[in-house]
Design a protein around this ligand. Sequence first.
Ligand code: HSE
Length: 304
Amino acid sequence: MSKGVRVLVPATTANLGPGFDCLGMALDLYNTFQFELGLKGFSAAGEGEEALRKEGGRLIYRAWEAAYGFRGLAAPPVKISLESRIPVGRGLGSSATAVVAGLVAANHLGRLELGAYELLLLAAEIEGHPDNAAPALMGGLVLTASEESQSGGQALTYVVLEPPQLTAVLAVPAFELSTAKARSVLPEHVSHRDAVFNVGRVALFVAACTCRRWDLLRRAMEDRLHQPMRATLIPGLTEVLEAAKGAGALGAALSGAGPSVIALTAEEQAAAVSEAMAKAFLGHGIDCSIIKTTPAVRGAYVVD
Ligand code: HSE
């Protein structure tokens, strides 16, 4: 019998409004990856299975090889089976789960003994930014600050915080938006005024979560660095954000690069918030599905 491992990795929501490329949170919605050493092949079932099969597990294998490569080893053949529960291309960290799963499985099966920081650096490098990779790996609400290291590579400082104990309503439009496309509409430069607007709100968001000041979230989830530009790619975005808050959400933001929208709310308001968000998208001719979940403390984990 071949040696194998199962890895579960959570969905993530990045940015949370103002924390562009530096704030991300795990959600209680997990993809499951089965790895079997010595066999070959890739299969995917569930959410986005067609797109995932087409992609052929490329990202997972890339991460698998990168982890072995970090130790100067060639990666052995492995068969991968993915049970997908996270919508693909919707700003919910599906690709980060693939990267993190490949790294964590290699670390476990290859006894590579990479620590959390090494795994995070590899995941962020493959993903291109750390804000989905970090909570997918570690769970919770994760703040990351990147810098160029002296060797020219990337260095990261990170802090994992307890995520807010609130309900997360995700409005997931019936169309995909690649992160590359969503980044292509962002300007090279931002105004000092907009930077100050966001800096204050990121600080407020962290304060809201650490002090449980949910009354701050409405303001704390506002953004001027990416959402206004991305609204051109996501019909109804502004109205959906307003509809969520109008229906009683504590705060709302574009999830990652979009097109999904996340609202944080008390459980009692979740049904009204869901309905209002779906209706607002529909008002712009966009069908969406609603996922009701919660922030998750648990990051990627292994089941032997
Ligand atoms: N922070 C990224 C973006 C999303 O907004 O483009 C994470 O992949």
